[in-house]
Design a protein around this ligand. Structure first.
Ligand SMILES: [Zn+2]
Length: 434
């Protein structure tokens, strides 16, 4: 068995690992980069009109046989619905087989509609956590992981008596810690290679609060506030949305979400105990941002709005009860917020990774809300493993070789995992496991 990390040995984002034997070729993840080679922010608009060949020539798209051309034999396995793991999906030929989780497919489809992308998944197969499947002579076992993306998986990959474990993105302090426990008792040990994510290694080595602790902090903030609470968080961070919903329920607040988040919660509710706008969850109301509503209607997807008409809350209604309302917002809603009266004395909770604040629109959005008299507060915990969690995975798998991936801090690994044999490899380097 051979493998090649196309991107990720020295950066976060653009994850892509190719694994092959004499007869089979599998690609795990096909992510969009977060940074350019000079570490500046990657902007997908700059590659909009480029062909597959041009993108490969520039080194943007991984050069992989049988993935982009018709009747290609290469299969794609996706770990989760974050764009730095699947964002180049649109270049994959429709005939290519794609293996992914059921909820991951739903998330990709919804994102595709709401962000005007062209992601198509036609030739697909779903997998189940802990159930091995074969692609040619390569055996893949997915393990459900706790991560800020719903339905995230790590993969044990075996062929010719050799094994490689891809950690994907994971943590142990969210709402799916049981998934990690299950993995720890059921996975194979002594794998030949562990490709271990290290997103948080460059950040300060401090305690990462659990999602339950985040919920408590949100409750305390709601209790103290006299005005509205606006929260900026990812519409796909289900753990966080659940924390916010539970905090609303505990403090008697109405939770106002827009119809984009409403659709996500509704679609994912079939995969777990997820609250969504319905008679069962009367605390949740739905608002319809003007521009987004118009865009979705123009696409002929009015159903995505109408399905929540019974749970509608207008901006005026929110303005009439600011002290009882929690509203989930994002920068594109700035115009809509002008119609909500009385937000001046409220609290703005920033509930995402701090790094996103560098984004110009995000910064302007926050500055404007503070300019209106809102108080800013950050309540957040990482979607990625802290050092203790990374060490736990290494202790469980006992890899013969440990390879840094999805990190800017590969040089730190040997200092952290002192008992492991850390092997640094480069992007595009071919490794044969013999
Ligand atoms: Zn992720």
């Amino acid at each position: 068995m051979n493998f090649q990390i196309h991107r990720g040995t020295k950066e976060i984002g653009g994850s892509c690992v190719e694994i092959w034997t004499q007869s089979t070729r599998v690609v795990v993840d096909l992510g969009m980069p977060l940074v350019n080679p000079d570490k500046t922010q990657f902007d997908s608009k700059t590659i909009k009109n480029l062909s597959v060949n041009e993108l490969i020539k520039r080194g943007t798209l991984p050069n992989i046989k049988g993935l982009y051309e018709k009747k290609g034999e290469t299969a794609l396995v996706l770990s989760h619905a974050h764009q730095d793991h699947f964002g180049f999906l649109k270049y994959v030929n429709e005939t290519c087989r794609i293996y992914l989780g059921r909820a991951t497919k739903k998330l990709i489809e919804i994102t595709s509609i709401f962000t005007n992308q062209d992601w198509k998944i036609s030739n697909l197969q779903h997998f189940e956590s802990g159930v091995p499947f074969f692609i040619g002579d390569i055996e893949v076992t997915p393990y459900l992981m706790d991560h800020s993306a719903f339905d995230s998986y790590a993969f044990l990959i075996k062929a010719n008596g050799k094994s490689l474990f891809y950690s994907g993105d994971f943590r142990i302090h969210g709402r799916k810690t049981k998934a990690f426990d299950w993995f720890s008792h059921n996975t194979e040990r002594n794998v030949d290679y562990l490709l271990l994510e290290g997103t948080s290694i460059g950040r300060v080595d401090k305690y990462f609060p659990t999602e339950s602790e985040i919920e408590t902090e949100i409750v305390n903030t709601f209790k103290q506030s006299k005005g509205i609470n606006l929260i900026y968080t990812s519409g796909q961070n289900i753990d966080r949305l659940v924390s916010i919903y539970r905090a609303c329920k505990r403090t008697g607040k109405t939770l106002a979400i827009d119809f984009y988040i409403a659709n996500i919660l509704r679609e994912l509710s079939e995969f777990g105990a997820i609250p969504y706008p319905s008679k069962s969850f009367p605390e949740i109301k739905v608002f319809f941002p003007y521009r987004l509503s118009r865009m979705i209607s123009n696409k002929g997807q009015e159903m995505l709005l109408y399905r929540f008409k019974d749970y509608k809350i207008t901006k005026e209604q929110i303005g009439e009860q600011v002290d009882k309302t929690v509203m989930i917002v994002r920068p594109s809603m700035l115009k809509d917020l002008e119609y909500v009266k009385g937000i001046e004395n409220g609290i703005f909770i920033y509930s995402m990774w701090d790094g996103y604040k560098k984004d110009k629109t995000t910064k302007e959005f926050i500055d404007l809300l503070i300019g209106k008299g809102m108080t800013e507060k950050t309540i957040h915990t990482s979607g990625h493993a802290d050092r203790a969690a990374l060490k736990r995975m290494v202790e469980i798998l006992k890899p013969k070789k440990l390879v840094p991936i999805h990190t800017f801090e590969g040089d730190e690994y040997q200092k952290i995992f002192t008992d492991s044999n850390v092997v640094r490899i480069n992007d595009n380097e071919i490794v044969s496991i013999n």
